[in-house]
Structure formats: structure tokens, C-alpha cells
Ligand binder design. Structure first.
Ligand code: CTP
Length: 401
């Protein structure tokens, strides 16, 4: 169940060339499980047809003509009442002005007046229009009334100008929609720190020792915590993944950097999903090691154990109320995981068998067993890393309650 799966999104599309990108947004929202009702303004309809939206949402798209149709007297009220969120993307300067002044001269603006749900707008217009004092004042009024304004982004505009005016990309709008919906969820007001990725331990200025961790489970946990309404700090090593919108990202390389970053935060929960190194080269060569100097003999030393340090430092200062670890095991899964649960003083541990080819490193799915400090356990079936993340967040929520 993603945050979007039981949600009703009303998507307003106004007259900007960015309207074609809204079809992608409507498609992404639908794929994530939301019911998407689209309202096109007269100008919006000139850029994209209702059929485009109907094809991706599987639902009727509404036009100004519907304002005068047989259901007209209740349509705007029903659309407005049913919505969990009203998103207007792209939102022109004209529609922003109407919203700011309560003008309701088309189906979208009448519905906006009738709706009681939060409003999120993604402006799109030429740079000069965005900078104009009238637009800025209108946006300020909307923000003061609680609307969320996202963007516009800098870039090339249809007029040929370069400046702020481009609608932000659908993937980013989707991230903001998740945050807006998460505000009412149970972790609102709570903070969660998540670590992700495999650490990199330097051998010399160009070489590192690392592992196969992709960071996917950690990123999915950060997204699940955001969806649950939490403020999220994602401490991550370099990965190919895009951090979820709304997470504060702290970039680290080594286990030592990660330890410092973890000790620099405090939160309701810490989830150590990162694959931190246990060993690191004792000496890091200042210059690149040369082949002509022969095969190097590398001596290792212990890297700091982050969870153990957090457990030990909690004697002076308890930084995290709930601490969750992961155990990546290729043998004796439960026995080893239970030992880590105790030695690292965790509230619970997610044990995964990395010898299975559908679980663990660099795949989309995970098969984990949760072991709790009170001796209980829950065996989760094979599921996506996002679903596993949602489960883990649910348990954190229970422990925080
Ligand atoms: N961990 C940590 N600091 C490290 C290594 C691991 O905090 N230097 C954390 C991991 O993020 C994970 C948990 O400890 O949440 C268990 O990690 P794992 O690699 O499975 O266990 P280790 O303690 O490193 O023991 P081993 O490698 O011998 O199995």
C-alpha cells in the first residue's frame, strides 16, 4: 500500500505548454494507485485533449463544457469534496491570480473554491510574468492561506528567455504530492534518520574498497518514512539512485564519515540500512599507487561499528529513541541476527538471507525476518523493498506509540 493507493487526486491543467507533461504526472499518479480526476481549463484544453488524460487515468477528464451540463449544479462540489489533494500543474499566472482573489469563472476555479483539501500548485509561465509584482503578491497570498507552491524551475522558456518559469518535472511534483499527503500521517512531527548504501574505504586517492549494496532498501525506507509524515535525514554513500523528494541528504563515503554523520543527528528513530565496512585499509596512500612499485600489501584495521558506538554513546546522551539494524547473512540467518540484535542493543533487526537471488543486495525485492528485542519475530514473505520499508516503518510507529 503506497501513500497514493487509496487517495483521490484532483489534477487541474491550465494553459501552458507544460500541460503535456501533466499527462505523465497523471500516469505516474495512477500507476502509484491514486484515483485521478482531471479538470482542464479552456486554455489547457488547447494544449492537450481530455482523451489523453482519460487514456492514462481510466477516468473521465472534465472540461468547462461540463460546468453547463446536466450534473452542473453539483459537479464542482462533488469533485472538490472527494479530493484528498488539489494539484494544479501547470498553473498559469492567470489561474494563480484567480485563485488568489477567489474568482471562480471556470470549472477548475469553482472547484478550487468548493474544495476543502490542501492545494498544491506548480507554476509555469514566462520569466517576466513570474517575476511580476502582481504574480508574486498573488503567490504570497496563496502561501499565506496554506497553499504549497513548488517551482518554477530555472531553464529555457518557450519564449526563448532563460529564467525561472518552467514547471518542475512530474517526478518531482509526485514527490511533493507524497509529502503533502503524508502531513496527516502518523509519523508527522517525528524525525527519522536512515543510512543507505555501501561505504567506500579509500586505498589511495583513486581506489576504494566497497561492497555490492545498491542503497535501494535505505532509499525505500526514507521514502516510506516521508510518506508516513516524518522529517527524514538520509545519510548516504554515492549511489545511482535519486533521493526521495523532501529528504535532507547527507553525503558520506567511509564508515567513519557515516559514524560522524549519525552522531551529528538525533531523531525518534535511526534505521541503519547501510552496508558499512567492517575493515578498512590501515594506511591510505597519499599518492596513487603505481604498478611499477609492485603488488601492494594492504594491512587492514577495524572500521568503527556505527551501531555499537550509538549504543555505547547513549549512556551519556540518547540520540535515538528507536534503533533498527539490518543483518545481511549468508548462513545461520536467525542465530547471527539475534546475536547482532543483542550486541548492538537494537529495538529490532531486519535479517535477510543474501544467499537467495531474490533478496538482499542490488535486487528490487527482499525477504526479511524481523527479530525484536522482546524475543518475538515476524517472518515477512518475499516483497518489494518499498513494501518491506513500509512494514519496518509500521513497527517503528508502534514502538514510538
Ligand atoms: N553496521 C554498523 N557499523 C559497521 C558495520 C555494520 O553500524 N561498521 C550495522 C549495519 O548497518 C547493520 C548492522 O550493523 O544495520 C549489521 O551489519 P552486518 O554487516 O550484517 O553485521 P556486522 O556487525 O558488520 O557483522 P558481520 O559482518 O561479521 O556479519
Amino acid at each position: 500500500m503506497s501513500i497514493l493507493s487509496d487517495k483521490h487526486i484532483l489534477l487541474g491543467v491550465t494553459g501552458s505548454i507544460a500541460a503535456y507533461k501533466s499527462a505523465d504526472l497523471a500516469s505516474k499518479l495512477t500507476q502509484a494507485g491514486a484515483e485521478v480526476d482531471v479538470i482542464l481549463t479552456g486554455a489547457g484544453e488547447k494544449f492537450v485533449t481530455p482523451l489523453t488524460f482519460q487514456s492514462v487515468t481510466g477516468r473521465r477528464a472534465y472540461l468547462d463544457a461540463d460546468l453547463w451540463g446536466s450534473e452542473a449544479h453539483v459537479l464542482h462540489v462533488n469533485l472538490g469534496k472527494a479530493a484528498d489533494l488539489l494539484v494544479i500543474a501547470p498553473c498559469t499566472a492567470n489561474t494563480i491570480a484567480k485563485l488568489a482573489n477567489g474568482i471562480s469563472d471556470n470549472l477548475l476555479t469553482i472547484t478550487a473554491l468548493a474544495a476543502t483539501c490542501p492545494l498544491l500548485i506548480a507554476p509555469a509561465m514566462d520569466g517576466g510574468m513570474f517575476d511580476h509584482a502582481a504574480t508574486q503578491e498573488n503567490l504570497t497570498r496563496l502561501k499565506e492561506r496554506g497553499a504549497t507552491v513548488i517551482g518554477p524551475a530555472q531553464g529555457h522558456l518557450a519564449s526563448g528567455l532563460v529564467g525561472a518559469g518552467r514547471m518542475i518535472e512530474p517526478a518531482e511534483i509526485l514527490g511533493h504530492i507524497r509529502i503533502a499527503l503524508g502531513r496527516k500521517e502518523k509519523l508527522a512531527g517525528k524525525k527519522v534518520v536512515v543510512t543507505a548504501g555501501g561505504t567506500q574505504e579509500a586505498l589511495d586517492p583513486v581506489r576504494v574498497i566497497t561492497n555490492h549494496s545498491s542503497g535501494r532498501q535505505g532509499y525505500a525506507l526514507a521514502q516510506a518514512a516521508l510518506d508516513a509524515g516524518a522529517e527524514v535525514c538520509l545519510i548516504t554513500t554515492p549511489t545511482s539512485l535519486t533521493p526521495p523528494i523532501g529528504a535532507r541528504v547527507v553525503k558520506v563515503n567511509s564508515a567513519e564519515d557515516m559514524l560522524n554523520a549519525v552522531l551529528n543527528e538525533s531523531a525518534d528513530a535511526l534505521i541503519m540500512a547501510a552496508a558499512a565496512a567492517d575493515f578498512r585499509p590501515k594506511n591510505v596512500a597519499k599518492d596513487k599507487m603505481k604498478k611499477r612499485d609492485g603488488i601492494p600489501q594492504i594491512e587492514f584495521e577495524a572500521a568503527p561499528d556505527i551501531l555499537k558506538t550509538v549504543a555505547d554513546s547513549s549512556v551519556e546522551k540518547k540520540r535515538y529513541r528507536v534503533v533498527v539494524g539490518f543483518a545481511a547473512e549468508s548462513q545461520n540467518l536467525l542465530e547471527n541476527a539475534r546475536e547482532k540484535l543483542q550486541s548492538k542493543n537494537l529495538d529490532f533487526i531486519a535479517a535477510n538471507d543474501i544467499s537467495a537471488n531474490d533478496a538482499g543486495f542490488a535486487v528490487e525485492t527482499n525477504r526479511i525476518t524481523l527479530l525484536f528485542a522482546n524475543g518475538t519475530k515476524e517472518i515477512l514473505p518475499l516483497m518489494s523493498k518499498s513494501e518491506a520499508a513500509e512494514k519496518i516503518i509500521e513497527y517503528i510507529l508502534k514502538l514510538l506509540e
